[in-house]
Design a protein around this ligand. Structure first.
Ligand SMILES: Nc1ncnc2c1ncn2[C@@H]1O[C@H](COP(=O)(O)OP(=O)(O)OP(=O)(O)O)[C@@H](O)[C@H]1O
Ligand SMILES: [Mg+2]
Length: 263
């Protein structure tokens, strides 16, 4: 597999670093012993069964919840709420924001969200247009979310995360509820963003297959512990079968493509 970690020739730095990290919610440890470094500039899957703490992992990196033990850094700094270098698409984002909102207004909130009541200036408008353009949503920028397909809605969700040119994008199940063609289109968009912006992208997924050709590695939550491994390490029948609690086969086609299937 070719090295996907360094698309535009920048020196590779560490995007995310965890040392002996545990996370607790409501007095219960969700996962523990997270010690790993994620190199910058690659697409990384975040995998684990329902309730294993994938969303919790993203919230930790956003500074929305503190570690109960250990240290976390994102580009060398302790995570802090409202970090403009991190773009976030929450799980169920499109349902949560309401269907009546216009796409442009939704993306504008990323610019003006901290200054309610103030007018957008020309630079703000340009930033919103650039984000909509970057995801291929310019044509329906003035439509309401309700009239868009799931794939189009997901593009707008990614646009609001791109405002401010983040170095790290965190996407929580962006492929959920999309048909195969729309999954492919969103994956192609992520690959293009990774290549053109050298952004590091963490993507929570239940099925790695649509992403496999573009993946640098994966964070995986196994038996209550957080790990990171390269694609070669993680796309492994024993590991994935253990992780999901069902038999998973890893298949390599004659053309060299890799995919997983359950049987
Ligand atoms: N605020 C909270 N207080 C207590 N427990 C919580 C809280 N939020 C989440 N949890 C619990 O933490 C665990 C991890 O939740 P999380 O949402 O991170 O899982 P997930 O891997 O994203 O799951 P899914 O695949 O269903 O989205 C779950 O058992 C959940 O019930
Ligand atoms: Mg989740």
């Amino acid at each position: 597999m070719t090295d996907k970690s360094n698309p535009i020739g920048d020196s590779v730095t560490t995007a995310v670093s965890l040392r002996s990290v545990s996370v607790s919610l409501g007095g219960r440890t969700i996962w523990s012993e997270g010690t790993f470094d994620i190199p910058s500039g690659q697409i990384v899957a975040v995998i684990g069964p329902n309730g294993s703490g994938k969303t919790t992992m993203l919230q930790l990196l956003l500074g929305l919840i503190p570690p109960s033990a250990g240290t976390v850094t994102v580009f060398g700094e302790t995570p802090e709420r409202g970090n403009p270098r991190i773009g976030y698409v929450p799980q169920h984002y499109s349902e949560a924001v309401g269907q009546a909102v216009r796409c442009r207004d939704l993306v504008s909130l990323s610019v003006t969200g901290t200054r309610w009541g103030t007018r957008k200036n020309a630079a703000d408008t340009a930033a919103v247009n650039a984000a909509l353009e970057a995801v291929g949503a310019a044509d329906y920028a003035d439509s309401r979310m309700s009239v868009l397909s799931g794939g189009q809605q997901q593009r707008v969700a990614i646009a609001q995360a791109l405002v401010g040119n983040p170095k790290l994008l965190l996407l929580d199940e962006p492929l959920a509820n999309l048909d195969l063609r729309n999954q492919r289109e969103i994956v192609d968009l992520l690959a293009e963003l990774q290549q053109s912006r050298a952004v590091t992208i963490l993507v929570v997924v239940h099925d790695m297959n649509p992403l496999l050709a573009h993946l640098g590695g994966s964070v995986y939550l196994l038996d209550g512990h957080a790990h990171y491994g390269s694609v070669g390490e993680v796309v492994d029948s024993d590991l994935l079968s253990h992780l999901y609690g069902t038999q998973i086969k890893v298949v390599r086609t004659a053309q060299g493509d890799l995919y997983t299937r359950s049987n």
